[in-house]
Design a protein. Structure first.
Length: 340
């Protein structure tokens, strides 16, 4: 296996920095668009053969150093008896909403393997076909909780914050339920072939610092520790992660995914050789820049980080719809042609 990425997570010497992208299989790819014209998103996520096909697209088109399961962070809500809706326009949402403490208390998880077998099946199809590490993933507990309460991602998260402020104990127990289900889900993925895990606590940045420490970190730590027992590396992602690198590092993940606002070199020097870093070219820049600008900015970032260990090249966020495929390809090739 071409395991540059796993070597980087272990702070080993690598011939070059590994590179992959969040949302590396998605709407910017014509091949993905062709599949999307034939199938609904719900069908694509729930059909293992189709999901495996999409998971493999970046290997064939970009030669990236990792594959990541094609799925959605919301599918775990299904084990709680909720439905995920993927509208033709706008983002996905969960229904029915958790709009009362009574509903929050009564929510019970069904066995993950019974409800989400298609996820394991997708991983099992993909694993024998790749020679690079395979990522599994999940939402962070706070992020999934917020979707279950709000229905979808919101700018204000008024309902979620209401529960935090008015019913903190009940909300904490709600997070415990989600965390337990998340651990079960990720262990299932590991057993099905995932070599490592990324946890997307995407909306944790809406929390105040004290709330982040109380309603985000402890639950991420439980996930990290549970997977450590299986020797499965975990990378933690959240928006504005550069503000919380020391707090996230304290829970012991293998790596932190740094948003585009973070100074990778400064953070690398601050954290030392305990936690690897992933990032952090701007996804917006990758979409809007010319080919030459992508090369120049990627090389600038690589020169700044030259000689540092424990690094994985990626974006600060997922590839944006409408990003030119050539820009993505040039970013990957520039990293691969640059000698660390």
């Amino acid at each position: 296996m071409r395991d540059l990425l796993l070597q980087a997570l272990r702070f080993e010497e690598v011939e070059r920095l590994p590179v992959w992208l969040m949302r590396q299989a998605g709407r910017y790819m014509p091949e993905y668009q062709a599949l999307r014209e034939k199938h609904s998103l719900w069908k694509m996520f729930h059909d293992p053969e189709i999901a495996a096909q999409v998971t493999l697209l970046p290997r064939d088109l970009l030669d990236v150093d990792a594959a990541i399961l094609f799925s959605d962070i919301l599918v775990l809500a299904e084990v709680f008896g909720l439905k995920i809706v993927f509208p033709e326009h706008g983002g996905p949402y969960v229904c029915p909403f958790i709009d009362s403490v009574e509903k929050m208390k009564s929510l019970k998880a069904q066995p993950v393997a019974d409800i989400l077998p298609y996820v394991a099946q997708t991983l099992k199809i993909v694993k024998p076909q790749i020679d690079v590490p395979l990522f599994g993933f999940s939402a962070g507990p706070f992020t999934l909780a917020s979707y279950m309460i709000e229905g979808a991602g919101r700018a204000s998260f008024v309902k979620t914050k209401f529960f935090i402020e008015s019913y903190p104990l009940e909300f904490a127990k709600f997070l415990d339920k989600i965390t337990d289900a998340t651990i079960e889900y990720l262990i299932m993925q590991a057993k099905a072939g995932a070599d490592l895990i990324q946890v997307f606590d995407s909306w944790a940045n809406v929390l105040e610092e004290n709330q982040f420490k109380e309603f985000c970190l402890p639950y991420l730590q439980k996930i990290v520790q549970a997977l450590k027992k299986l020797s499965i590396p975990v990378i933690v992602f959240c928006r504005d992660s550069h503000k919380y690198v020391h707090e996230i590092a304290s829970i012991g993940p293998s790596a932190i995914s740094i948003d585009e606002k973070g100074d990778m070199l400064k953070i690398r020097q601050q954290l030392g050789p305990e936690v690897a870093l992933q990032g952090n070219l701007s996804a917006h820049f990758l979409k809007e820049a010319s080919r030459d600008m992508v090369i120049a900015e990627t090389e600038r970032l690589l020169f700044v980080l030259k000689g540092q260990k424990g690094l994985i090249m990626n974006l600060g966020h997922g590839v944006m719809p409408g990003t030119p495929l050539e820009n993505v390809r040039v970013f990957v090739q520039t990293v691969q042609n640059f000698k660390a």
